[in-house]
Design a protein around this ligand. Structure first.
Ligand code: AOF
Ligand code: ZN
Length: 357
């Protein structure tokens, strides 16, 4: 088997850690013996626990790892974090070749893991399926290089870009199969974010570990709306709201320990998304999936790293229907926001197209 195929397998096994390893990267590892047979596999399963390489190596006895080849999508670490350095264990186990997808972008590791391996006389091959490996860890890369949360927007539209009729009818534009995929997408993100208007209009459940609700005036139904019934919730509101309003809400949420109020700056009567994103990053939200209406989707575009757009083969044909991105009046095509095509997947009769910045 070629290294590319084995790296693909590492990527697939790394994905099993989705939803469990943040803020760490997704990492999968395979070990081959001298006959190029797979003798062990492992992946980073949970934040704070063993790295992929350690999981794969610890399954082997000392003799079988001697002279073996280790394949991993991320440079092995060289530092003491929550776990000891993987590079040390690789050396100690007598591995003779290490095949790496991408260098670690964590400045404490970057290049040091590779140097350590080479100094111990291990052959190192770098850059195998690098683009795919970078895509796998797009969240980790943004966090490490920009100290910001990764932002994605998900919408589901008709062929003519509508998310609802003028009266708000929206159930359902996409098929069940497409809607099930949304659950898989959510798993990749630390938090999902929506607006008080979406909560009031659709009363969505959105079961998730962490949820962020933009509710400038604190006007959602804190006692009854489904969204408040599970998970840890951050409610972003105007930091200058009247103290009477704030106190009445505090009384309402007194017995709900899961609801946290997040005072946020306001610009032009709108929540300042930059301030909000800085605040949630400090709270440890490494990635956020925006699932809201056209106004909020539009406001998030300048901060978005990725768009997931489900498209159903339905045409509303009514220019008063609600658009998926509705935030300005544009006169010229050159005013358009530009995104790059990434991928297209079939969920017949619908499709999912992803775009990146
Ligand atoms: C790897 N393999 O499976 C992971 C790596 O606190 P720690 O010890 O978990 O270290 C976290 C850092 O280690 C993380 O930021 C990244 O640089 C690296 N993660 N490295 O070789 C893994 N999860
Ligand atoms: Zn490690």
């Amino acid at each position: 088997m070629k290294y590319e195929e084995l790296m693909k397998m590492c990527i697939e096994s790394a994905k099993r850690g989705e939803g469990c390893v943040s803020p760490n990267p997704l990492v999968g590892c395979i070990i081959l013996n001298n006959e190029n047979e797979i003798i062990s596999e492992g992946y980073h399963e949970k934040y704070g626990e063993n790295h992929a390489e350690r999981n794969a190596l610890l399954k082997l006895d000392k003799d079988s790892s001697k002279g073996a080849t280790l394949i991993v999508n991320l440079e092995p670490c060289s530092h003491y974090g929550k776990t000891p350095p993987c590079a040390d264990l690789i050396i100690e186990k007598g591995i003779s070749k290490v095949v790496i997808g991408m260098r670690d972008v964590n400045p404490v590791v970057s290049g040091n893991g590779i140097r350590k391996l080479k100094e111990a006389g291990i052959e190192v091959i770098e850059g195998v399926l690098e683009d795919e490996c970078r895509k796998l860890n797009e969240i980790f890369i943004k966090n490490m290089t920009k100290q910001q949360s990764f932002v994605a927007i998900k919408t589901a539209t008709t062929l003519d870009g509508k998310i609802a009729t003028q009266s708000g009818s929206s159930k359902w534009i996409t098929s069940e199969k497409a809607r099930e995929e949304v659950i898989n997408i959510r798993r990749k993100y630390d938090a999902i974010l929506t607006s008080s208007s979406t909560v009031s209009a659709d009363n969505p459940n959105m079961k998730h570990k962490k949820k962020i609700i933009i509710d400038r005036e604190l006007k959602t139904d804190f006692s009854n709306a489904n969204i408040y019934k599970n998970g840890t919730i951050y409610v972003s509101y105007n930091e200058n709201i009247s103290s009477e309003r704030l106190e009445s809400v505090l009384r309402l949420i007194k017995y709900n320990n899961n609801v946290n109020l997040l005072p946020t700056k306001v610009i032009d009567d709108k929540i300042d998304l930059r301030d909000l994103l800085e605040k949630i990053y400090k709270l440890g939200v490494m990635s956020v999936l925006v699932e809201a209406g056209g106004h909020l989707n539009g406001s998030f575009l300048e901060h978005a790293d990725k768009i997931y757009q489900f498209i159903a083969p339905k045409i509303l044909g009514d220019n008063k229907g609600l658009s998926c991105f509705d935030f300005r009046t544009a006169n010229l095509i050159k005013e358009a926001d530009d995104f790059k095509f990434e991928e297209i997947t079939n969920y017949t009769p619908d499709i999912l197209v992803t775009y990146t910045k």
